[in-house]
Ligand binder design. Structure first.
Ligand code: CMC
Length: 478
């Protein structure tokens, strides 16, 4: 006979319909109950009612995984867990920062469509918006820009630290290490519960990551470091630290400034991607934000994530000519070659709205400074892939990284620097997500479960013949 228990949290089974709110209504962090689910355990015949809850008006509907814990075949059992490698179907947090509808190709920061922000906002305005939830007043904006501008200098010791890297060190390794090293310069940043410390750490990271990034660039180029110029805008100053030579005042190409500002906005946040999840997971141990952001840089470095922009250019170089594209696509499809880099996305299954903006931006940049020599290969790759059943049936479309590399190259950035540009922009999103995580009373240290598939208990019996093996010196002597 089936008996009905009530799940923790006491789901009554009554369904409460989600009220539609006006688009401008202030969002609530509460999860609304919108229905119920009954799970029947065939082992015991017990039925468990669970709440179906939804975040906001557009948020996904979910059940709380902890509600499954009460489902046990016997009293001593742990209870059911979910198994979800790569978090394909698991919400790890509530967030009010970025909204993505992958089927419709929608991306919004705090409710504002990415297209509008890319066209009209500045990067620092977007960084404020991501952190604070609303657009800044003029006074707030001025103070924000002022604070960030006057924290762009890094401690002189950072220069000697950077000098320790080899001339051909990858700039992402250098950036990751130097961001982590900043933690040692600001030990008070550990006081993450102090809003004042949190604020100054956020300002320092937004201000100093471009400086560190530019210093990494100058190091691999064997050029002297250029100090920040506080008269310039965020993007102009970054370009000045990258490109200035003997001129007393650097004047950036306005086309490049505009392009980089837009690219920074497009890359500023993207909800719970690999690097943001890394920042949240590491930050949940209550470590200082410099260490947490360094974890984000490390995750971004990978070729399946931010590192894809670098790989797209390497792939295009390898293809070499538009006539080689069909053969390359065949290799991708047969699994002989690599993946088609810059294609596909875990969330976007119709198109990546950022890719559309980047493609338009590329046209604008190339119209001003001349066509990139490999654009033809990229266009041919896109044309063939978009009409090929392999890509169409798997919903693989160009993502944001497909065209960014061509723009960065036309601005004369070296290929292995592309992901650094992504990291500079994403720092804004990582910081907003990190602070949101700290303010979320439901968050605890990130600690996933596992399904153990190894041996059961067995007795230790050594297979060694010598307890203290020969040293390598002895081996060499033999
Ligand atoms: N080229 C060829 N096949 C692909 C590709 C690709 N780029 N992406 C996915 N597939 C295939 C994959 O082999 C699989 O096929 P099958 O079902 O036959 O096994 C199917 O499509 C689903 O792939 P998946 O690996 O389950 O998809 P995912 O959601 O886990 O991976 C992704 C998403 C972005 C890691 C993947 O599409 C990829 O590796 N793309 C290339 C790297 C890239 O451009 N990354 C940048 C992402 S956007 C910037 C960012 O936010 O980081």
């Amino acid at each position: 006979m089936s008996k009905t228990k009530t799940a923790p949290g006491g789901a009554s089974g009554a369904s409460t319909s989600a009220k539609s709110a006006a688009p401008s209504a202030a969002p609530s962090a509460d999860l609304k109950e919108v229905g119920s689910l009954e799970a029947k355990d065939s082992r015991t015949g017990t039925t468990y009612p669970m709440k179906i809850v939804q975040g906001g008006v557009e948020g996904d509907t979910v059940v709380r995984a902890m509600d499954l814990r009460q489902i046990k075949a016997s009293a001593g059992e742990f209870g059911l867990m979910t198994y979800d490698p790569a978090f394909m179907n698991t919400a790890s947090c509530k967030s009010a920062i970025t909204f993505i509808d992958g089927d419709k190709g929608i991306l919004r920061y705090r409710g504002y469509p990415i297209e509008q922000l890319a066209e009209r906002a500045t990067f620092l305005e977007v960084a404020w918006l991501l952190r604070n939830g609303e657009l800044p007043t003029q006074q707030e904006y001025n103070q924000w820009v002022n604070e960030i501008t006057f924290h762009t200098y890094v401690h002189e010791n950072i220069k000697s630290f950077l000098q320790g890297f080899r001339y051909d060190a990858h700039p992402m390794s250098m950036l990751c290490s130097t961001v982590a090293a900043l933690s040692s310069f600001y030990p008070e940043a550990k006081n993450i519960q102090d809003p004042g410390q949190r604020h100054i750490s956020i300002i320092r990271l937004l201000a100093k990551v471009p400086t560190l990034a530019a210093f990494c660039y100058r190091h691999i180029k064997g050029l002297p470091f250029i100090y920040p110029d506080n008269d310039l805008s965020y993007v102009e100053n970054f370009l000045s630290m990258i490109a200035r030579m003997s001129e007393p005042k650097y004047e950036a190409n306005p086309v490049f400034v505009k392009a980089l500002e837009v690219l920074f906005i497009l890359h500023a946040d993207h909800e719970q991607n690999c690097s943001t999840s890394a920042v949240r997971a590491v930050g949940s141990s209550q470590v200082d934000p410099f260490s947490a952001i360094a974890a984000g840089v490390a995750a971004l470095y990978g070729p399946l994530h931010g590192g894809a922009n670098e790989q797209v250019l390497r792939m295009i170089n390898e293809i070499g000519h538009p006539k080689n594209v069909p053969g390359f696509i065949d290799d991708v499809k047969s699994g002989k070659g690599h993946r088609l880099m810059g294609f596909g996305h875990r969330v976007y299954k119709s198109y990546d709205p950022r890719a559309k903006i980047v493609k338009r931006l590329a046209d604008e940049v190339f119209a001003q400074i001349g066509m990139d020599k490999d654009l033809e290969i990229a266009l041919e790759l896109e044309r063939i892939a978009l009409s090929d059943d392999y890509f169409v049936s798997r919903k693989l479309y160009p993502n944001v990284d497909f065209y960014t590399g061509l723009i960065y190259r036309s601005m004369a950035f070296p290929t292995d620097f592309f992901t650094v540009l992504f990291a500079v922009a994403r720092t804004a999103g990582w910081l907003a997500q990190w602070e949101e995580m700290l303010n979320d009373k439901e968050q605890k240290i990130a600690r996933p479960r596992q399904i153990y598939v190894g041996y059961g208990e067995r007795p230790y019996r050594s297979t060694l013949t010598e307890r203290f093996p020969a040293t390598s010196k002895d081996v060499l002597r033999k």
